[in-house]
Design a protein around this ligand. Sequence first.
Ligand SMILES: [Zn+2]
Ligand SMILES: [Zn+2]
Length: 225
Amino acid sequence: MKLYHEDMPEEAEVAAAALEEVYGIKSNLEKIELDGVFTPLPEFDGFQSSSQQISQHLDLGKGKSVLVLTPRDIYYNNKSKLDDWIFGYSNIFGLNVVSSARMKGFDSSPSRELVVPKNVFLGRLLQVVVHEIGHDVVHGKHFKKTYWVNTKKGYKLPLGSHCSDNRCVMYEVVDINAPPREEGHMKLGNEKKYDTGLDETIKRRYPEWFCNDCRSSVRITGSYS
Ligand SMILES: [Zn+2]
Ligand SMILES: [Zn+2]
């Protein structure tokens, strides 16, 4: 698999090693410049994820899957600065994108400088990398639709389908630390979840990353060769 990175050689190497260990996927690392491919969102001081543009730019849609690592602060939507930012995403064209922008501090404030210890930062990055690739290769029939619900604003952001086992890497996270109950929750099927912090999810995660249902439904296709 091609692993593109916007000048993040160390992160790319660590991610490649984890993908080989977890999925047996081998990566070719390539530095890339994606100015003008991610759409700037000046009002949020960030970038729209621009799946279609990136997929075209990288010539995807021909049965190839790629991972893109970027330090840009990326947004799924452009309606709410507070609710629409994301750690990463995976789309149906085989495009997997992970942003390090909100993984470097004690909370999810965007930063290009490393504030937390490097192993904490890299642990967060790997959780999200294995999770996003998992969206492409884990075909769990047990997944449930998830949303981020901002209770105060009545705002709902779709997050895709996820595993309901909170020790599994395919459980969804919405922030570095789970938001306070009065602010909002993750809706998973019909349940409200308040245990969606990235750091707590890493701490309780199975040593083998997946629950049994997810593990038994991993299929690595030729798009990862
Ligand atoms: Zn997910
Ligand atoms: Zn699972």
